[in-house]
Design a protein around this ligand. Structure first.
Ligand code: FAD
Length: 568
């Protein structure tokens, strides 16, 4: 019984949480506790199996968060998956290791976060990484890289699965996409992402097991005497000191296996519960929109209406073809086309059509937030995003090419939707799920974008030589979507079939407070003395890469910031 005293509490043993906890615990004088709602999955087959993507979905280690009915996207609710385990979502994800377009990381600084840019984050991407140079067999199947972009001493093993798709597939893709003006990109992780690539994964190539954040940052270090993992324990809220005029966290209230109790932190509470939990934990602790907090009888500690706003996710659809061949091995091919490559000659017309709508979009977002976010701030972000897409020509979509067994399918998502949603608690009871509203396809340009990419994929599969290794399209199929189908027909299919791309970000954005930020550039929550957020919530904009590589880099940088703050 009794209570325990630590220096730092990390809430959530997830992707970023374990990374930041590991590095803080390098300071031997500081006791670090990590509190996790889930359990160890070290021996869970659904986690370790490299070709087992999807096996863990719907099991006890998937939070399977439900959204509100999606008004703009056919009306039904969506499931947003996230890992409930030591290792968090990195234990159930697709393991793709792709970082970001350098301009997107530079934008963090342009929007007011001093010290956050591609050049300064690259050393942290590398610090987290242990790149496994592919062997000659993997190289012959398409594994490729520039060694200068990779680190070899970090905890996260990055490389290619042991058994890759046969070597004749990549040349077929290369020739095909060349005809569609898309060239080959040897290494998607150098900040320049457009092209066809065979990206690495977070995988232990020799052992051929998933390399999640627990296998990287926790299990090899579990004997550290100052690092304590507490599992099967849900954090309910931050406990504040009762000193007047100061918002000082002294610990967290938790629900353990059989009781509710407090765990104390002498220095800091770090929230790493993920984009769909950290904002709710702030609200449960009295940090958020005063109107909401008062309606739930939660005492207001910090008036910070931006908490839980600015939710950004992507939408995923799939096309599939019968294989003219049978393929064994794991594919890691992605195509990342720019807007110009998708729209061709139409691109400038489309750019100006979208541009003409941005002011209205920003106004809508602000209105739906009841003024919690300011239209001017949204507009600035949307304009910047438009520039990235149509001026910088960053990747517009990711198209994953999946020749597996006797079919060749393709999942894709548009990378930078303009829609903005929110997540808010609906009860002061921490066991009640929050209301998640990503507002998928809130703006018609997002839906048109999703259509344009589907048409592009169909075109690619009809182009030689890719069309010689596949047979009939069975999803959506020509019966559902004839070759002369209108955009409205495509839109209907997308609304029926889409799912979340499981990349929620932005709900506790790192931005200046007056621009809608929740945390400053040291990841400290505005208005609180000693609370930080270190997870996907802090990314103020969506990225063109998958998220874990960047989250590891963010956590590494966060740990250095924290170490510096406590150095004396
Ligand atoms: P998480 O890793 O989700 O960590 C949050 C942790 O907090 C969890 O362990 C959770 O159980 C715990 N927690 C939550 N609430 C509480 C509470 N109240 N008390 C205690 N603990 C709590 N990214 C890639 O890079 N490559 C991919 O291929 C890829 N594919 C994906 C496929 C799927 C199906 C999904 C769901 C995501 C995918 N992603 C991918 C995205 C990426 O995995 C996530 O963005 C990332 O892991 C999120 O990290 P995080 O640290 O923000 O949160």
């Amino acid at each position: 019984g009794g209570s325990s005293q630590y220096d730092f509490i990390v809430v959530g043993a997830g992707t970023a949480g374990l990374a930041v906890a590991n590095r803080i615990s390098e300071m031997k004088d500081f006791k670090v506790a990590i509190i996790e709602a889930g359990d160890s999955v070290l021996n869970n087959f659904n986690v370790s199996t490299v070709s087992g993507y999807g096996l863990a979905f719907g099991t006890e280690i998937d939070w399977a968060y439900q959204t509100k009915n999606q008004t703009y996207a056919g009306g039904s609710a969506q499931i947003v998956r996230a890992g409930k385990a030591v290792g968090g979502t990195s234990t159930i994800n697709g393991m793709s290791y792709t970082r970001a377009q350098s301009e997107q990381i530079d934008a963090l600084e342009q929007f007011g976060n001093q010290g956050w840019n591609w050049e300064s984050l690259l050393p942290y991407y590398k610090k987290s990484e242990r790149f496994q140079v592919p062997n000659s067999d993997q190289v012959s199947r398409g594994a490729d890289y520039y060694i200068k972009y990779h680190g070899d001493e970090g905890p996260v093993k990055v490389g290619w699965p042991k058994r890759l798709t046969p070597s004749d597939v990549l040349p077929v893709l290369d020739k095909t996409f060349h005809k569609l003006n898309i060239s080959y990109n040897r290494d998607v992780n150098g900040g320049s992402m457009v092209g066809l690539t065979s990206h690495p994964n977070t995988v232990d190539s020799d052992a051929n097991v998933r390399q999640d954040s627990a296998r990287s940052y926790y299990w090899p270090y579990e004997d550290r005497p100052n690092l304590k993992l507490i599992t099967n324990t849900r954090v309910n809220r931050i406990i504040w000191s009762n000193k007047p005029n100061e918002t000082v966290a002294i610990g967290v209230e938790v629900t353990g296996i059989d009781r509710v109790y407090t765990i104390y932190a002498a220095k800091e509470v770090i929230l790493s519960a993920g984009s769909l939990r950290s904002p709710g934990l702030l609200e449960l602790s009295g940090v958020g929109n005063p109107d909401l907090l008062k309606s739930l009888n939660i005492p207001v500690m910090v008036n910070l209406s931006s908490v839980g706003e600015n939710l950004q996710d992507q939408t995923n659809n799939a096309l599939a073809y019968a294989g003219a061949d049978v393929w064994f091995g794991s594919p890691t091919f992605s195509v990342l086309p720019s807007a110009k490559q998708i729209f061709g000659k139409e691109v400038s017309t489309i750019a100006s059509m979208v541009s003409d709508r941005l002011e209205e979009y920003a106004k809508n977002v602000s209105e739906l937030s009841h003024g919690a976010v300011k239209a001017d701030n949204v507009l600035e972000a949307l304009k910047f995003q438009h520039e990235l897409i149509y001026k910088s020509q960053v990747p517009f979509a990711e198209i994953v090419m999946l020749p597996i067994s006797n079919s060749f399918s393709s999942e894709y998502w548009t990378l930078l939707p303009f829609s903005r949603g929110s997540i808010h608690i609906t009860s002061a009871d921490a066991s009640v799920p929050a209301e998640i509203d990503p507002r998928y396809f809130m703006f018609d340009s997002d839906l048109s974008a999703q259509v344009a990419v589907a048409k592009f994929i169909r075109k690619a599969f009809g182009t030689t030589p890719l069309n010689t290794i596949v047979g009939l399209e069975f999803a959506p199929g020509l019966k559902t979507i004839p070759s002369n189908a209108t955009d409205a027909t495509w839109q209907g299919w997308i609304e029926r079939q889409y799912r979340s791309n499981f990349h929620p970000v932005g709900t506790a954005s790192m931005l200046p407070r007056e621009k809608g930020g929740v945390v400053n550039s040291k990841l400290q929550v505005y208005g609180a003395r000693n609370v930080r957020v270190v997870d996907a919530s802090i990314l103020p904009f969506q990225l063109c890469g998958h998220l874990t590589s960047t989250l590891y880099a963010v956590a590494e940088k966060a740990a250095d910031i924290i170490k510096k703050d406590y150095a004396n």
